[in-house]
Design a binder for this molecule. Structure first.
Ligand code: NAP
Length: 554
């Protein structure tokens, strides 16, 4: 233990630190379910630390206008409790931010979770003490606690990325990042607004702001293949249908590739005649949702020729919807293959560019030179704004880990171990970081699936290994170096057998200057991945090393 740690404890004046079986970091979908499993089912003592002033994770922070799930509501939820499934009433196919947050608040109350969640508290460090085999966890509110297990429920997209544009601090108008949106909301009525970024978030927020602002300028670096959302209100009949068919629905999404209610067509694109392809694409495009991406011909994400057909088809739709051909051209992607970058879902996005009060600036054509006190100066001149909205995304997957000083064996920082890219076994643990579990962490299916499905699979697997350890009197678990090396290689091999790594995306870390460019999530599919995790457990947790400890049940 370092001197500074000793000093801090004395300052706290407690003489000893509070001990828990488990500390959970984050109170979003993952943290809430972890607390339920570990405390309510396994009987562990647990404390959840949450940086926000309330629970909800992604749905607490991302309150920007237009924030909405693009997964069908009836599967964008927990499936572990039949009563919860049956009692909750979703109102729309794609629930808005407030509705998802209401749902999570309901879950927290229903399972009596709030009493063990400490909000407004950010974990700043976690240090493994090799003598006691416990983690010492510190927070920005000065707390120091000790835990046998740490479950990092940090979220894959929770470290907001604000680009380092010269002059950023000089802007005197209102400035927002979509992932740190004010709780009281923002009224854009009659204002001149600039939105920077055209990912899934930028597309949602620009569409909403276009209806209110006096003038909106959208700064685009890379155009996307956005396809229709197809939202609708859920009526009683439909609600009854999905509630009666939940066994089948969850059976599909737990075991298929994507965790969504879509399966690819078991046919290669070249095997389908042009009229059949047209019908297939059109039907999915008009129905809305991820069908065109995830329920398309099985080779569109691995075969360049097959992909170019669907990419071109989506480009034609953009051209049809935007009146001005030059603007349509700028909105049309040509640098990447459809579906290799997260496909944004939109609800009237392309049509905003037909409005007189909306302009598009391509920052590759006319780069942003600086933010001035009154606006944005590009190589083509200055644009003046009352408000600037950064929809510039996240330091995905590893960013949330890098923000915490996580020290494992030998005092080594996790961010140093991961300096050339994350190293994990199954995306669940990293060697030399015993008893630290990473929910939907790098090298797990995570962001390539429906998140609640991936989260439930991880939380359930983690609680089973902890149960196994408690029954067997085992205090410590970590992956072997060999198992980890194999998984890292396997994870990259799977990714590189597809078209995904060829595109400059946050999946590859390309959006963050200096970040190592390795494919971050596991592309093997949630169903096969679940099977692999289950086999590992059934084979006595192969690839993991356990050690008994005197304090095993502490
Ligand atoms: P994102 O996909 O990373 O998009 C960020 C945007 O900002 C991109 O257009 C990017 O351009 C641009 N950008 C970044 N730095 C810039 C700079 N210095 N100058 C100009 N432009 C810059 O982030 P996001 O839209 O927040 O979405 C992240 C992920 O969150 C999504 O992919 C999705 O998984 C999730 N999400 C989900 C939902 C939903 O479920 N409904 C909604 C929103 C987000 P480049 O493309 O050139 O990098």
């Amino acid at each position: 233990m370092s001197d500074t740690q000793q000093d801090r404890r004395q300052e706290d004046g407690e003489g000893r630190v509070e001990e828990f079986d488990a500390v959970v970091v984050g109170a979003g979908f993952a943290g809430l379910y972890t607390l339920h499993k570990l405390r309510n089912e396994l009987g562990l003592s647990a404390r959840v630390f949450e940086a926000g002033s309330g629970i909800g994770g992604t749905w607490y922070w991302n309150r920007y206008p237009g924030a909405r799930s693009d997964t069908s509501s009836w599967i964008y939820c927990y499936s572990f409790d039949e009563g919860l499934l049956q009692e909750w009433q979703w109102s729309e196919r794609y629930p808005g931010q407030r509705e998802v947050l209401n749902y999570l608040e309901h879950v927290a109350e229903r399972f009596d979770l709030n009493r063990d969640i400490q909000t407004g508290t950010r974990v700043t460090s976690a240090t493994f003490d090799e003598t006691t085999e416990r983690w010492e966890v510190r927070t920005d509110t000065g707390e120091v606690v000790s835990a046998r297990f740490i479950v990092a429920a940090l979220g894959a997209l929770s470290a907001a990325n604000l680009p380092d544009v010269p002059g950023l601090e000089n802007f005197t108008g209102e400035r927002y990042h979509t992932a740190e949106w004010p709780h009281e909301g923002v009224d854009f009525t009659g204002k001149r607004v600039g939105v920077i970024g055209t990912g899934a978030t930028g597309i949602q927020v620009a569409t909403e702001i276009a209806a209110l602002a006096d003038h909106l300028t959208v700064f685009q670096r890379t155009p996307n293949y956005a396809i229709p959302l197809g939202n609708y209100q859920i009526d009683e009949e439909f609600r009854r249908w999905y509630k009666e068919n939940y066994d089948e629905i969850w059976g599909q999404v737990r075991h298929n590739f994507s965790g969504h209610d879509y399966d690819p067509i078991e046919k290669q694109l070249q095997e389908a005649a042009p009229e059949e392809r047209e019908r297939t694409f059109r039907e999915r495009y008009e129905r809305g949702g991820f069908g065109l991406w995830l329920a398309n011909y099985e080779d569109i994400l691995v075969d360049r020729d097959a992909n170019s057909v669907v990419s071109e088809w989506v480009r034609e739709r953009i051209a049809e919807r935007v009146d001005d051909p030059a603007t349509a051209g700028r909105l049309t992607p040509s640098d990447h293959a459809f579906g290799t970058k997260r496909v944004p879902l939109e609800d009237g996005y392309y049509e905003i560019f037909n409005q007189d009060n909306v302009a598009l600036v391509d920052v590759k054509e006319t780069p942003v030179e600086e933010i001035t006190p009154t606006g944005v100066r590009t190589s083509a001149g200055e644009y003046e704004f009352d408000a600037l909205v950064f929809a510039t995304g996240f330091d995905a997957m590893t960013g949330p880990y890098n923000k915490i000083d996580i020290r494992g064996r030998g005092g080594r920082l996790l961010r140093d171990k991961w300096a050339n890219g994350p190293r994990t076994y199954l995306g669940l643990m990293s060697a030399d970081y015993p008893n630290l579990f990473t929910i939907t962490g790098p090298q797990s299916p995570s962001v390539l699936t429906n998140m609640p499905v991936a989260i439930e699979q991880h939380v359930e697997w983690i609680s089973e290994i902890i149960r196994h350890m408690r029954v067997g009197g085992l205090g410590v678990v970590e992956p072997t170096r060999e198992a980890e090396d194999e998984w890292v290689d396997h994870s990259q091999e799977v990714a590189h057998s597809t078209l995904f790594p060829e595109s400059a995306t946050w999946y590859m870390g390309v959006n963050i200057p200096g970040k190592p460019q390795v494919f971050l999530p596991y592309l093997g599919g949630i169903g096969p991945y679940r099977q692999k995790c289950d086999e590992v457990a059934a084979n006595g947790y192969e690839g993991f090393a356990f050690a008994s400890s005197e304090g095993a049940n502490a």
